[in-house]
Write a protein that binds this ligand. Structure first.
Ligand code: APR
Length: 229
């Protein structure tokens, strides 16, 4: 095996205390997507959206990586082949768990984007109070998050990696949202072995050669041990 692409979703950060989206206690239960995760919602009520992501940002900073993140950090350090961790997550737990080859296709909670001068800045504070952009001084920063209806980041790079992968591993995602939900089909059509590690069957489970059900903090370290073993 010389080329691994990993896709992660909210399930890999669940045991770090960060809420997933579609569980019964999921984020979308008390924050309708249309209101907090669309450009229209932001235009309609920017304060509601800024407050929602201010909460996500502080939650991310308070969370700690779990054994699953740390196992992928070990894989990044020790695996001699090509590796790309494509994450749908906006937390930085992969990085704090020791992984470097991470691609945030839905943006990052700790990044903000100035729509006036098109610069991005690492941000640990809040946006609700309307801070000026460090570059242009205008009050025009929004969360650097890919909302529904917007194009995920670096898709060409992702599909290039998927077409070269000999192993595709999906961890902690429900397979409910495209384009990420379609990655397994692309990888499979290009000859990759497809493995799913998830708490429960996902919408895409039938597309995988193998599905292992359980907690990421247990399944991921065991799998990394097999790969490096
Ligand atoms: N270990 C492994 N898997 C888990 C765990 C765990 N401890 N806890 C939950 N899961 C699984 C759930 O079974 C579910 O299949 O993680 C998945 C989480 O699914 P979602 O809540 O839909 O999150 P995700 O798949 O990341 O959503 C994708 O949708 O709303 C958008 O932009 C948002 O990035 C998000 C995208």
């Amino acid at each position: 095996m010389k080329n691994i692409v990993i896709l992660t979703g909210a399930g890999i950060s669940a045991e770090s205390g960060l809420r997933t989206f579609r569980a019964e206690d999921g984020l979308w239960e008390d924050h309708p997507v249309e209101e907090v995760a669309t450009p229209e919602g932001f235009a309609r009520d920017p304060g509601l959206v800024q407050r929602f992501y201010d909460e996500r940002r502080s939650g991310v900073m308070a969370a700690q990586p779990n054994p699953a993140h740390e196992a992928l950090g070990r894989l990044d350090r020790e695996f001699a082949g090509e590796l790309l961790i494509v994450t749908q997550n906006i937390d930085d737990l992969h990085e704090r768990g020791g992984a470097n080859r991470v691609l945030h296709m839905h943006g990052e909670a700790l990044s903000v984007w100035c729509t006036a001068c098109d610069t991005r800045h690492r941000w640990e504070g809040t946006l609700l109070d309307g801070p000026p952009c460090p570059s242009c001084g205008q009050v025009s920063m929004r969360p650097d998050i890919v909302w529904f209806g917007e194009m995920p980041y670096r898709m060409n790079e992702i599909f290039h990696a998927l077409s070269r992968a000999d192993l595709f591993v999906s961890i902690g995602t429900s397979g409910a949202v495209y384009p990420a939900a379609g990655f397994v089909q692309h990888a499979r059509e290009n000859g990759a072995h497809c493995l799913e590690l998830n708490l429960e069957e996902s919408l895409g489970s039938r597309m995988f050669h193998e599905t292992r059900l359980g907690k990421a903090s247990e399944l991921v370290p065991a799998w990394v041990g097999e790969v490096l073993g």
